[in-house]
Design a protein around this ligand. Structure first.
Ligand code: MG
Length: 258
């Protein structure tokens, strides 16, 4: 039985809800969160996109890591010589954004979802935005890059600096669809609880020409809850279980309106 409630013709017209691997496909063999391997593995299972987190070191190098620190070295407050030698759990050295983008160039079907982490120093954060955008342009990846952030100043900076048409999404959950539209965001990338508490936001987004993305929706959640989330007409699902989520969406024929 299809979970979607709109008619068959709408389903035929619609695009399937897209799956984004959260911090890459890190549960795959030999992988680790935000590793180069996790990007390659996300591509290998044909995820629509792969998400990763970016910090800038004190001396201006962009690193890919979720936490503020790696092995106790706080990236935004440290120099590159101390960060570069740190290793991930799969034995890789912490990747720079440049290394990740160099890999992405050879994975042309994979969309890239870059999370700008909120830096304590907003000048440093603004500088990180400029550097990220410049580097993405250097590798010709503008058309495959989407930005997300919890930082409101960071979002405004990304909208201002990124090439026209670049999609920038907000993560923090407190802004309404109309507020995001007014700021020039592409949509909301919120925790699934926010969508459960604001049941008309996905349809409001669609009416405003915005998109919606929920995190982190894992197949290991209560299955009734997963069903309910998948029934919300989201454009994207961000998940730690991308392979299983793709199968689930495929099996249930879940689509969104075009
Ligand atoms: Mg992230």
């Amino acid at each position: 039985m299809l979970l979607v409630t709109f008619g068959a013709s709408a389903q035929r017209r619609g695009a399937r809800t897209k799956v984004i691997a959260h911090r890459g496909y890190w549960q795959a063999e030999g992988s680790a969160q935000n590793s180069i391997r996790s990007l390659i593995k996300a591509d290998s299972i044909r995820c629509w996109g792969s998400e990763f987190d970016v910090w800038m070191s004190k001396d201006g190098t962009l690193y890919v890591n979720h936490d503020e620190d790696i092995n106790g070295v706080v990236i935004q407050k440290s120099k590159s010589r101390d960060i570069a030698k740190q290793k991930l759990s799969n034995g890789e050295f912490i990747p720079t954004l440049e290394q990740l983008l160099q890999t992405a160039v050879n994975l042309p079907k994979l969309q890239l979802v870059c999370e700008l982490k909120p830096h304590d120093n907003k000048k440093q954060e603004a500088k990180a935005v400029k550097k990220i955008i410049k580097m993405v342009e250097k590798y010709g990846l503008q058309d495959r890059m989407t930005y997300i952030t919890f930082s409101l100043p960071g979002m405004k900076e990304l909208i201002k600096r990124a090439p026209q048409g670049t999609e920038v999404y907000y993560l923090n959950g407190e802004l309404t669809p109309q507020e995001l539209k007014d700021m020039g965001a592409a949509g909301m990338d919120y925790h699934f609880d926010v969508f459960l508490s604001n049941k008309n936001w996905t349809s409001q987004c669609r009416q405003l020409g915005l998109k919606s993305n929920a995190w982190t929706v894992n197949v290991t959640l209560n299955s009734g809850l997963v069903d309910h989330i998948l029934d919300m007409d989201l454009d994207f699902i961000t998940t730690n279980t991308p392979e299983e989520m793709k199968h689930l969406i495929h099996e249930r024929g879940i689509t969104t309106y075009p």
